[in-house]
Design a binder for this molecule. Structure first.
Ligand code: SF4
Ligand code: SF4
Ligand SMILES: [Zn+2]
Length: 157
């Protein structure tokens, strides 16, 4: 299996939670060894074109309103948020809108704490990459076997 750097769960932090609710520390582009993306708030030159050009990250409404997360916006959930949420729910069994709702209700600190406990491979204890069906470190099928769907804020399946 291809070697990846081992990121302990403590590297999940508020600075890696994007305005859309994405946890960038679970992204393959962040976990991989080469061409590592610094996360949504990082330098655009180091990101993929799609993330550098992202409508949500670059949203003028958010910048003008000087708020951090999309749930604080009067237009929430706008088409862009709905679109990415649908894509992630369908493809990766994760919901940005659920993440944002959790942050709205309980705050970012509690969300980060929960994420640290949630995205751990039940087999090897290393961080789970949301974009890969199997643990990138040990090959375990975490989507089938971890208890992620049963956690309270992940209600959309
Ligand atoms: S590629 Fe996009 S989603 Fe992944 S870490 Fe970078 S900014 Fe975040
Ligand atoms: S919800 Fe609001 S802040 Fe977020 S992308 Fe949509 S319009 Fe921009
Ligand atoms: Zn594992």
């Amino acid at each position: 299996m291809k070697a990846h750097k081992t990121i302990p769960s403590k590297s999940i932090k508020a600075a890696l939670i994007a305005p859309c609710g994405m946890n960038c520390s679970l992204c393959h582009a962040y976990i991989r060894n080469k061409n590592v993306c610094p996360g949504c708030y990082g330098d655009d030159d180091l990101k993929s074109k799609s993330c550098a050009m992202c409508h949500i990250k670059n949203c003028g409404t958010r910048k003008a309103g000087k708020f951090k997360y999309c749930f604080e916006c009067n237009e929430f959930p706008c088409l862009w948020v709905k679109r990415i949420d649908k894509r992630y729910r369908t493809k990766y069994a994760m919901s940005m809108m659920d993440n944002l709702e959790y942050i709205r209700q309980f705050g970012i600190k509690k969300f980060v704490r929960q994420e640290k406990g949630k995205w751990i491979c039940a087999n090897c204890g290393k961080i789970i990459c949301v974009h890969k069906r199997n643990c990138i470190f040990c090959g375990f099928d975490w989507r089938t076997n971890n208890l992620i769907q049963k956690l309270p804020h992940n209600t959309r399946g």
